[in-house]
Design a protein around this ligand. Structure first.
Ligand SMILES: [Fe+2]
Length: 390
């Protein structure tokens, strides 16, 4: 029951709130580095952002290189640009990669050091630049976390790093920005949100406060993800999914993620698969592995997803992985990692099977458990239980 809860980010949530970007940024600095994707995908929103910032006399330097699965090289190039341009605030506009790169640049630029050396333990001594985060997907929750997920292609690693300096100062969270997301990205990012919520809810680090946030996020995804995928213009579904995303982000900041993220990030590092999809396809097997270690929580997940009425706690808990598999099928995502080119790989096994990787997971995992979990995530006809796992 012991916990501390600290959350320093100002959340500005609501339809049309993107129009406050200039005003909110001008309070923090006069020269902004605007971090986003290569221009084509977000051209209209980037142009709007530039106009909103100009109206409040904020000078903008554009850094449109935050591609999916961003590397430490991208962060270091952005930090160099921020130093050269004398930027005093960093804006991350886009999905998780744009926000994560912005957060990492804000630490690396004043530090005048490569971001990977900071990840490896170099102390942060210079004050970091303030960050304004503006999500355009309802997925990673990066606008509400102190994580960045950055890849190191030389070391074949992709991991989340936590530092208090990574909290954005302000996040502008506007559902109108998510209306144009195609169904597949809506599905993948929405399932990343569910994975955050389920993992925070069941984590060993869960607290009464993170439970409230995670439980509500599970409930909202259960009610609204199918709708957001079926009709991208469903503004109520988009709004509720973006809320779920932010709530789940705050929850993982306090309770961490568990083995679906450990496996999904290792798969992403080796096979360069999208984050949301990799963690989603690992989630059902991880739930099968975990559910009897904390039946109360897993029965809770079943009930938050609108099922399990009249069932015993044990039976409701055992139903929860199947409900997630049904959701994955309904939103037309592939049912296993094999369908996105992932095969059994010693490299993935080596990345997950390191000391402490199961620290937050409700059930300890050894090498054999990891092997079965990865095999159980590969194909829809495989499950952790079918491999004889208990
Ligand atoms: Fe995630």
């Amino acid at each position: 029951m012991d916990f501390t809860f600290f959350f320093p980010t100002r959340l500005v949530f609501g339809q049309g709130k993107f129009s406050l970007l200039g005003e909110e940024t001008a309070r923090l600095g006069r020269r902004a580095l605007l971090v986003t994707y290569p221009p084509r995908s977000l051209a209209r929103v980037v142009a709007q952002a530039q106009e909103l910032l100009a109206r409040h006399e904020v000078e903008v330097t554009l850094f449109a290189e935050a591609a999916p699965n961003p590397t430490h090289h991208t962060v270091d190039r952005g930090a160099e640009l921020a130093r050269q341009a004398g930027c005093d605030v960093v804006i991350g506009l886009g999905g998780g990669s744009a926000m994560d790169v912005a957060k990492a640049i804000a630490v690396a630029a004043p530090e005048n050091a490569g971001i990977w050396s900071i990840y490896e333990g170099r102390p942060i001594s210079a004050p970091s630049l303030p960050v304004v985060a503006v999500p355009t997907t309802a997925g990673t929750g990066s606008e509400a976390t102190f994580y960045t997920v950055i890849s190191n292609p030389e070391l074949r690693r992709k991991e989340g790093f936590a530092r208090p300096q990574f909290f954005p100062k302000v996040s502008i969270i506007d559902p109108l920005l998510t209306l144009s997301l195609p169904p597949r990205i809506t599905a993948e990012t929405g399932m990343d949100t569910l994975t955050h919520a389920v993992e925070a809810y069941t984590s060993r680090l869960a607290s009464p406060v993170s439970d409230l946030l995670a439980a509500e996020a599970i409930r909202l995804v259960g009610l609204y993800l199918r709708r957001a995928v079926a009709d991208g213009g469903d503004l109520e579904a988009r709004t509720q999914m973006l809320l779920a995303n932010t709530l789940a982000g705050i929850a993982i900041t306090h309770a961490d993620t568990c083995l679906a993220h450990v496996i999904g990030e290792a798969v992403g590092a080796v096979f360069d698969t999208p984050h949301g999809l990799s963690v989603t396809l690992a989630l059902p097997a991880v739930m099968e592995y975990n559910c009897l270690s904390n039946p109360g929580k897993y029965a809770g997940i079943t009930r938050l997803l609108g099922a399990g009425e009249g069932l015993s706690e044990r039976d409701a808990a055992l139903q929860s992985p199947g409900l997630v598999r049904s959701l994955i099928a309904d939103i037309r995502l592939p049912a296993g990692l094999a369908a996105i080119g992932v095969a059994e790989s010693d490299e993935v096994t080596a990345l997950v099977n390191r000391p402490g990787m199961d620290a937050s997971n409700p059930r300890p995992a050894d090498a054999k458990a990891f092997e079965l979990l990865i095999r159980g995530s590969l194909s829809p006809s495989m499950s952790y239980w079918q491999f004889g796992g208990v």
